[in-house]
Ligand binder design. Structure first.
Ligand code: HSE
Length: 428
């Protein structure tokens, strides 16, 4: 039986999953591929650690360079985490013309342009299905299944931890800190959940999707990113009353002007929209192509098994590429949309929550500021029965440019009647 040698860097959750499932499903994978995938070298940070899997000790090394330099490896798999060392690993592997597989979204979002340039220069592919939405095959779908489509838009829930927290706030009425504690206790949130909560995990994934859909790499400072920290239980209730669910949505869409609108933030999703019923740790993506129309993807965006499923699909694709000396499946610049729409130019409906004093004339002052910016109000809620001298007012705003909206909110914030920072969320 012909063999393909794999060098694996990282034996954490996903690395161990790859080891376990390549062994467990060896017969099936070999039958389907027509040759065997063999792990020949594994780099780990600490050699004598207690692990969930036990590869033969001869396979292990503490030097990641050996995974690439070993002549018996054809595929270099990066599952280490972080950015700097993985960048060195991937560049060295491409230099040596070893096909790269990685699940590292931060690496691709921050250094993708250089990595893919190197891949093209060396005519050596890089596969990264596990980098976006765990087990959902969205990379292969955009790159291959939708190859004939202009991608008009992608709206996606890409962070399971945030989605779990928002779901618990919606279903159990929990406040953000309690829902986060629960997510951590259940092992959904990372020990340091910063990137999950502040929107950057989803933003890294959005940058990768945008590069595939529109043919160029966005810089991390070009996109507007907001996390779920400012979503309160009362926002969830107000949204509910208005017919929406609050989700952390990544929006990636072409605009009529030829630039793309890419952003991540809390978004009011109409209850009848499919994304509104994506709950718990699940991820989902709604892709709209000009030929295919709407296509929905749903599944586990994190966790050992789901992510491993994607890594194994990349290993199979990498192996087929090696056997058939195929074309580079990588980033292909097509230059259709070369610019990112500045966030201030993005038009959307908005949810605006203010905390104001309960006095005559307050609503009129707020409406006057919005009116002077040509911003239309579609509905207003001021709940009855509030105790104390401050009350929340929620305004649903007709489509307006974000820049104008922010200017108006900043003026409203300076009114003497406003008692706390305002909250502004997108409406889908
Ligand atoms: N921590 C991520 C999530 C998974 O909660 O979805 C890995 O990107």
């Amino acid at each position: 039986m012909e063999q393909i040698g794999i060098g694996l860097a990282g034996l954490g959750t996903v690395g161990a999953g790859v080891f376990k499932h390549l062994e467990g499903n060896r017969l099936l994978i070999t039958e389907r591929l027509g040759f065997e995938l063999n792990i020949r070298r594994i780099a780990v940070r600490t050699l004598d650690l207690v692990r969930s899997v036990y590869p033969p000790p001869g396979l292990l090394t503490s030097q990641w360079q050996e995974v690439i330099d070993d002549p018996s490896t054809n595929i270099a798999v990066e599952l280490m985490g972080g950015v700097d060392v993985p960048y060195e690993f991937v560049m060295r592997a491409l230099e040596a013309r070893k096909v790269v597989v990685t699940g590292n979204k931060a690496l691709l979002a921050q250094r993708g342009a250089e990595i893919f340039e190197k891949a093209l220069q060396k005519d050596c592919p890089i596969f990264f299905e596990a980098a976006v939405a765990g087990g959902i095959p969205i990379i292969k779908s955009i790159r291959e299944a939708f190859i004939g489509n202009h991608i008009e838009s992608i709206h996606a829930i890409l962070n399971g931890t945030s989605n779990y927290i928002l779901t618990r706030m919606t279903e159990a009425g929990l406040d953000f800190p309690d829902a986060l504690k629960e997510a951590q206790a259940l092992g959904y949130a990372e020990a340091d959940p910063t990137l999950d909560i502040n929107g950057w995990d989803a933003a890294h994934k959005a940058i990768i999707l945008a590069s595939l859909a529109y043919g160029f790499w966005l810089k991390t400072d070009q996109i507007h990113v907001e996390g779920i920290e400012r979503v309160t239980a009362s926002d969830i209730r107000f949204a509910e009353g208005l017919g929406y669910r609050i989700k952390l949505v990544a929006t990636i869409q072409a605009t009529e002007k030829g630039s793309i609108d890419v952003r991540v933030g809390p978004t009011l999703v109409p209850k009848q929209h499919v994304l509104a019923s994506v709950n718990g740790v699940f991820n989902a993506l709604m892709v709209r192509g000009d030929i295919v129309g709407d296509a929905l993807f749903y599944g586990r965006g994190a966790g050992q098994d789901a992510t491993t499923s994607s890594v194994i699909s990349d290993l199979a694709q990498a192996a087929i590429w090696i056997k058939s000396a195929g074309k580079v499946f990588g980033f292909t610049s097509h230059g259709l949309y070369g610019t990112c729409l500045p966030i201030n130019e993005v038009s959307s409906g908005f949810y605006l929550r203010l905390v104001v004093v309960d006095e005559p004339g307050v609503l009129a002052q707020i409406a006057s500021v919005l009116g002077s910016h040509q911003i239309g109000i579609s509905s207003v809620i001021q709940p009855e029965g509030h105790v104390g001298d401050s009350i929340p007012i929620v305004l649903m705003i007709h489509n307006a440019k974000f820049g104008i909206m922010q200017a108006a909110v900043s003026r409203i914030q300076h009114l003497a009647c406003v008692r706390a920072p305002s909250v502004l969320f997108w409406v889908l």
